[in-house]
Write a protein that binds this ligand. Sequence first.
Ligand code: SF4
Ligand SMILES: [Zn+2]
Length: 280
Amino acid sequence: MAYYQTILGRRSKWAEDYNLVWGKVFHKVAEVWSKTGEVQDVQEIIASNLEEENDDRYGRNQFKMQEAFLAWAKFRVADPIQILRAEQPAVVACLDQACPYSDNGCGLTYGGKLDQIVRWQAMVGPLDFKTTVRDESDPISEFKPSHQMEGYVWLTSHLMGKHCWGVIVERIIANKSKIKVDRFPIPSTKDQIREWVETEKITHAEIQAKFATHSNNELHWKQNKHRCAQPYMCRFRDVCLSPQSFEFRYRWLRDNTREDRFDFRKDEKASSPSEVPDGA
Ligand code: SF4
Ligand SMILES: [Zn+2]
C-alpha cells in the first residue's frame, strides 16, 4: 500500500469509507479556520465535500459538519491552546547528531504531516483530531498510544529540540443526537519513543530488503503470507492477501487504482478535491 500510494502515486479508485471522508473534511475545516479565520472558507470546504441532504446512518451531512465546526470553534475559545506551529509536512533525518533521544542521533529518517504543535497546560505536543460517532467514557484507553502517534511525538520532539509530552487529542463526537468536543492528552515516555525508533528501523530495513530482492517490479509481487495487523481498512487487502497469480495481482492493482499523487506542498485549495473524493 505504501509503495503503491507514495512511490507509484496510485490510489484506490473507489470512494472512501464515510468515516475517513468525514475525518478528512473536519481536518481540512480546522486547518483552514486556524489559518484564515474565514467562515466563508470553512463553508466552501463543507459544501464541496459533503452532501447537503443525504447523510450516513449517524446523521452526518453538511449541516452536522457545520454544527461540529461551531462546537469546536467555541471549545477553542473557552479552553484555548497555544499553537506553536501550524499544520505542515515535515521530514526529519536524525542521523549523527545529538537529539532528545540519543547522543549520536536515532539513525532514522521519518516524516509525515503534522496537524499542529501546541502547548496546553504546560504540555507541548502534536495535536491530533479524532472524529468519532461514539462517546466512549474512557477515551484514553480508546486512543492508546499507537505506532503512528509515537511517530508524531518523535517528529515533534525533533522539530522542537526537546522530548515533547505526548499527543494532545481533540475529540469531536458527532452523531444523530449529539455534538461534543473534548480534549485529552495521551502521554509517551522517552523510553517508549526509543522503543518506537528501534521498531521503525527494523521495519525500514525489512522494506528495503524486500525491494532489493523483489525489485520494484509490481509484476513480481507475492502474496502477503503474514496476514495483516493494520486495524484500519485497507483498500489493498483483497489483492494483498489473495493467493492468486502474479498476473491477477498486477491486473487487480491496475484496475482498482488510478494515478493520484498526493503532494502536500501543493497549494491547499488546489489539492483539496483529490484528497477528499466525492462520496459517490
Ligand atoms: S492489507 Fe495490510 S499488509 Fe496488505 S497492503 Fe493493506 S495494510 Fe499493508
Ligand atoms: Zn533523534
